[in-house]
Design a protein around this ligand. Sequence first.
Ligand SMILES: [Fe+2]
Ligand SMILES: [Fe+2]
Length: 398
Amino acid sequence: MSEPAIPSALSAVDRLVVSLVAGINMRALYGSEHPALASHVDRILEGVSAACQERQRDSLTFLVVGQDLVVETQPLRTGSLYHQQFIRALTRRSVERLTVARGLDAEECVRFLTPMALGGVPVSTRYITVGRVELQPSAIEEGPGPGTGAGGGAGPGGDSAIESLTAQGVDGARDAFTEFRTDRRGGLVRLEQVVWSLMDALQRATREILPLAPLKTHDDYTFVHSVNVSLLTLAQARSFGIEGARLHAIGLAAFLHDIGKLKIPLEVLNKPGKLEGDEWRIMMGHAQEGATHLCGIEGSHPLAILVAYEHHMRHDGQPNYPVPRIGRRPTLASQMTSISDVYDAICTTRPYAKARSREFAVSVLTGRVGTFHSPALVANFVRMVGVAPTGPPDEPAR
Ligand SMILES: [Fe+2]
Ligand SMILES: [Fe+2]
């Protein structure tokens, strides 16, 4: 079979789509070792590099939204035959999201093309992440939303949802977080994938979304807390109808909110009891530090930088920390993150304090309505977790 020519006027992303469609078609005709397939696989690998370079990213995510193909929040012109074929190929295998990353090799590429061409379930591998639509309508319909009482106890199927969420979310996050300390760009790509899997897990959860990740050691605290805050914030954002790439950006920003704490010495970070003088100043610096750290990473989402900077700022614009030159209210994603942050910090055993009840955490939040937190967002959150406050306590959040 002669190879179809790819018009050079197309963008690199369009050319990648053409190559993927051709690769799927060729795999339907030839065995996985056949040279005719190998040349198409080479084109796909080149296409991934070129498209990533064009978009100045280490990975690209395609989303199927109805009849449209969206790449990194931008709809592609979907009139072309290849776009339509690509959408059909993805939908046929229930793939609603596909992430391809730099580093993809031929073997992994063929492992993806095979079920796409011949049937079966395409699975996520190191450089290809496949988000499939779960064909369990009842579970999806019962997902948490405003007024559904997400914390009202696990219903039928709820326990397994929590287990898969915990295992996937925590193990993936642990690796990605470790990687992020040493390899900032590569780590960011993996964290992006972890957030997609958290979104998938949340989609599958029937009722119970809390408590989330188990804590193994004290040093684990910051990253376990990051997983929990991401999940809680995703749940809040989803309850407002935010979906897809926007939801992902919010979940990732929440995941990275305390990234500045990576620079705080453990003896300060985990100090039992109250922080004093310089210790408190160092602790407060984590918001600014986190934003600066993220600014230095190519491909960081602006929302992540903003949330890292703003997540301790008050809803009423009064000073907390950091203090911006002009007082202002934090953005919506920062406000949702701030609520998740306070709630999880109180409900999880911290190195310096024992876990308190959910009711206590909700009391802290409701006690800060109108000052630290938005009344509407707290009301939605309280409905979401489905617990009532116990009284009017308060405690400073780190
Ligand atoms: Fe923080
Ligand atoms: Fe936090």
